[in-house]
Design a protein around this ligand. Structure first.
Ligand code: ZN
Length: 221
């Protein structure tokens, strides 16, 4: 039985249906990436990534790694748990960055068991830990896991932070402070209550727990 389920999941993630997404930024600079129509996984062709990196040297454009570090930099002490980290970045991508007009690499979220999830964020965190920008304490993926920024990370975080306007900086610190005080469950509940995020509900295991009332639970269908 469980074998069967794993097999189904493997094929779900193995067989992507790619769609080209084209974006134009300030100054007329254009790039594209590929996004799966089914699960919203994102892939960047190498040449596109390179020209984006060149663009970002002179212009405001934040990559996944920038956001992972910046979010940690903009708050106090630590981020508690990978779920909290992922969900805050979800809100950064879908709400904060658009609201404050910060061009951002697509973080590639898709609906997963515990809410919107991006494997690219997990990979970025791993990379930043390996490179010594982030330090982690506590057992991996447990509720005790804590992500801290190192001195090296602060230096780099400060550079990214200074690319933002004063308003963007202030709002980002407030964003972090606000969501730091909430539980992961509260973030999920907020995300799941919005109709525009309905597409991230398809694989959720926690929906009925978050919304015991049947009216909201029907959103799933
Ligand atoms: Zn896919």
């Amino acid at each position: 039985m469980s074998n069967q389920r794993n097999k189904k999941e493997d094929s779900y993630y193995g067989k992507h249906i790619w769609e080209k997404a084209e974006r134009t930024l300030d100054g007329g600079f254009s790039y594209y990436y590929l996004i799966c129509k089914e699960c919203h996984v994102v892939r960047f062709p190498g040449d596109q990534l390179q020209s984006l990196q060149d663009y970002s040297k002179e212009n405001l454009f934040l990559f996944i790694q920038d956001w992972v570090l910046l979010l940690l930099y903009a708050g106090h002490e630590y981020i508690a748990g990978i779920t909290h980290y992922q969900k805050m970045l979800f809100l950064i991508f879908y709400e904060f960055a658009p609201k404050f007009n910060i061009p951002t690499e697509n973080l590639g979220f898709y609906g997963y068991k515990y809410g919107p999830y991006s494997e690219r964020i997990d990979a970025a965190i791993e990379f930043l830990i390996q490179q010594g920008y982030i330090r982690v304490e506590g057992r991996k993926s447990s509720s005790k896991e804590r992500f801290y920024i190192t001195d090296k990370g602060k230096e780099k975080g400060n550079k990214i932070f200074n690319k933002l306007s004063e308003t963007q900086q202030k709002e980002l610190m407030e964003f972090r402070m606000f969501w730091d005080q909430k539980t992961s469950k509260a973030i999920c509940k907020y995300i799941y209550s919005k109709p525009e995020y309905k597409k991230f509900l398809n694989k959720s295991l926690i929906l009925s727990e978050l919304f015991p009332s049947r009216k909201l639970y029907r959103m799933r269908g």
